[in-house]
Design a protein around this ligand. Structure first.
Ligand code: R5P
Length: 273
């Protein structure tokens, strides 16, 4: 791997622990003003100091993140469908490599839709993006998207999807956690990170998901809703970090969350009076 590529990946997956916490705030590209991400700057700003990298679109990057804050950017460059449209898998590359370079991004992210109607187009887009990424030393994060079919999150499907992403040259793959996740990890020759998916019932469940994924061999998370839809997002991202980087157990991380949320609540109360 070339120096530039290695260096960029090391900004996302920290060499000190071999793991990373990526904060996902790209949901608006097909969901519009997602709950608690209605005003992106307000959601993102307090979480920035605790994320190793930030995944988002160029529109939210330019409008809602200060350029003088040194956080590695993972730029979503695929899109083209909305939640009320006909087919979520109908995506294309939406952002040029030139603009990504202008934005000084650390990685490029694109969804693939294995088994869906536009499977072919999404895989060819991944190949094209990897070709461009290789040319300029920018890693590509492939997102194994499932659209509205949440039941697709099983070992068989995710192994297929992750492996295809790696075969196409993705440098990092984002997927979902599932039972027997270590089998998905073993069959994928590039590092895997997990999405959180829709908000779980409580923070404990999301911390358990994080812990199980790390134990099974994931190198980190690319988590959104289970962090910023929590009533205590800063406490939550810190608890997730404690599992990812400090090998906390679920209980230790949850205790930490409970301790931190008291301070977060006091800060909220103080600013609202
Ligand atoms: C979905 O396609 C988006 O790319 C999100 O970045 C991804 O699902 C991770 O966010 P969450 O943890 O909310 O699922």
């Amino acid at each position: 791997m070339d120096w530039g590529m290695k260096n960029r990946l090391a900004r996302i997956i920290k060499p000190e622990t071999g793991r990373g916490v990526m904060l996902a705030v790209d949901h608006g590209y097909f969901l519009g003003p997602t709950e608690r991400l209605e005003v992106p700057r307000k959601t993102i700003q307090p979480l920035l100091p605790y994320a190793d990298s930030l995944m988002l679109t160029r529109g939210v990057l330019r409008t809602s993140v200060d350029a003088n804050f040194p956080i590695p950017i993972v730029l979503r460059v695929s899109g083209g469908s909305s939640i009320i449209g006909k087919d979520l898998s109908n995506e294309k590359i939406t952002t040029s490599i030139k603009d990504a370079i202008r934005l000084n991004v650390t990685a490029l992210a694109l969804s693939i839709f294995v088994g869906a109607r536009y499977e072919h187009e999404s895989l060819v887009s991944l190949a094209k993006l990897v070709n461009e990424g290789e040319e300029y030393g920018i890693p590509v994060l492939a997102v194994t998207a499932i659209g509205k079919e949440l039941e697709k999150r099983d070992e068989r499907y995710l192994s297929l999807s992750c492996r295809i992403a790696a075969e196409f040259g993705a440098h990092l793959v984002k997927t979902y956690y599932c039972e027997n996740f270590e089998k998905v990890v073993n069959k994928c020759p590039v590092p895997l990170i997990i999405a959180g998916g829709p908000k779980l019932e409580n923070e404990h469940d999301a911390l358990q998901l994080t812990y199980d994924a790390i134990q099974a061999g994931a190198v980190g998370v690319d988590m959104g809703r289970n962090i910023w839809q929590s009533d205590y997002p800063v406490s939550m991202i810190k608890a997730v970090r404690a599992i990812v980087h400090e090998n906390h157990t679920v209980k230790e991380a949850h205790d930490l969350f409970n301790k931190l949320k008291t301070t977060e609540q006091s800060a909220k109360t103080a600013t609202s009076v």
